[in-house]
Design a protein around this ligand. Structure first.
Ligand code: C5P
Length: 394
């Protein structure tokens, strides 16, 4: 993933136990392509040494406004001049209070006051400190000032108490930062999607399903949300976390997926069927486990609804996109699907090229012809599909 390539991020680290997670955050930002400069408060440096961040980022770490490494003593101004964002994680209650009131009594708070780039903060503190009216007032002020507040999460705290105030996980902070820095060509659009397999029970312990990890659909949902769309993701059973900014509805069977889609389709500008929907389901589902016998077992199957075809034939159909995972003759089958289901776009791939893995090679089929995308990570393929979609939506 290189979504932060060419971006410079100043990472501010304050004095809270979550400072240890800032080391992982720095690593994730660098892995995403960013150049990271770390500024610590004196208390931050009591939790994690500056050397840790220097080793991770390959850049000097800054603490002191009087640092003589800067010949002109202007580190409080210079550090953010070339930055795309100042991200303070963890941001303590004290730092939030200083930011809300424009106080500048150390390098980090001075940098924040003198910055000419966006500021994002990820608060981290004990639940009482977080719920204190003073902190809540400060957070409201920061939001009113246009500062992005990421989290905090609810859960077990370092002090042993349970409540709201934990710093968001480093992955979630990285996702929020990437989303913040992305252009928003799909702002105002609502996208309804399906992803993952469906599971059609035969009895309480057996069922019919399709092979689908859900990775391509989830990567696409994430890319759409990053591009500013409101994304409703109707998902079959998968072992994946919900992508940043996506609203997820979990279903099991094709009929549940069909119902969830039909309940939401009126609000959708775009519908994308990525799910590997089981085409058939057992006519009857046994209430009890079917006992094994020496003779074979026949299960009568009936057709499931074709969700995509049904959505595409609605009188006020949204812009419909389908997926075609084929084991052969991709062009022919994908173009057939485009025509027969009355779709605007089909994303085709050979199953041997993408199923289950983290990379994929797809070809986009629309009325203008076939547009192959290079083999890439599913994250990058998703970005390519979104770019094509944005172009088609004009
Ligand atoms: O008809 P086929 O399964 O080849 O088409 C695949 C496309 O149709 C995918 O976009 C898939 O999500 C969608 N589909 C659906 N409901 C079905 C079967 C497929 O929405 N019952």
């Amino acid at each position: 993933m290189t979504e932060l390539s060419g971006k410079t991020i100043v990472l501010g680290v304050c004095g809270g136990i979550a400072a240890y997670k800032a080391a992982e955050l720095a690593r994730l930002l660098i892995k995403a392509g960013a150049c990271v400069h770390v500024v610590m408060t004196a208390n931050g440096a009591r939790f994690v040494t500056p050397m840790t961040f220097q080793a991770l980022t390959g850049n000097p770490v800054w603490l002191d406004p009087w640092d003589e490494r800067r010949a002109n003593n202007m580190s409080h101004i210079e550090l953010t001049r070339s930055a795309d964002a100042l991200l303070i994680a963890p941001a303590t209650a004290n730092m939030l209070a200083k930011l809300a009131h424009g106080m500048a009594d150390d390098l980090l708070s001075t940098l924040a006051l003198a910055r000419d780039c966006p500021l994002l903060v990820a608060p981290a503190m004990n639940k009482q400190m977080w719920s204190n009216p003073a902190t809540q007032r400060n957070v409201a002020q920061l939001k009113a000032d246009g500062i992005s507040v990421i989290g905090p999460d609810t859960g077990v705290q370092a002090c042993g108490e349970v409540g709201e105030g934990r710093m968001s996980e480093p992955e979630a902070i990285r996702e929020a930062l990437i989303a913040f820095l992305q252009p928003k060509p799909l702002a105002g659009k609502t996208v309804l999607m399906t992803a993952g397999p469906t599971y059609e029970p035969i009895d309480p312990v057996r069922g019919i399903t399709n092979i689908s990890s859900g990775k391509m659909g989830y990567a696409l949902a994430r890319a759409l949300a990053m591009a500013g769309a409101r994304v409703d993701l109707v998902s079959g059973p998968v072992a994946l976390p919900t992508p940043f900014g996506v609203t997820r509805v979990d279903v099991q069977t094709a009929r549940e997926m069909h119902l969830a889609v039909m309940q939401r389709v009126a609000a959708a500008d775009v519908f994308i069927g990525v799910a590997a929907v089981a085409d058939y389901r057992p006519v009857e589902v046994a209430n009890d486990k079917i006992k094994k016998t020496d003779v074979g077992l026949s299960v009568a199957l009936t057709r499931n609804p074709d969700i995509l075809a049904e959505v595409a034939s609605l009188p006020a159909a949204p812009f419909c996109v389908g997926f075609a995972a084929e084991s052969q003759r991709l062009d022919e089958y994908a173009v057939n699907k485009l025509r027969s289901k009355r779709l605007k776009l089909v994303v085709g791939n050979l199953v041997q090229d993408g199923m289950g893995g983290d990379t994929n090679q797809v070809v986009l089929f629309d009325d203008a012809g076939a547009h192959p995308l290079p083999r890439a990570s599913k994250t990058e393929v998703a970005a390519g599909i979104v770019a094509h979609l944005v172009q088609m939506l004009g």
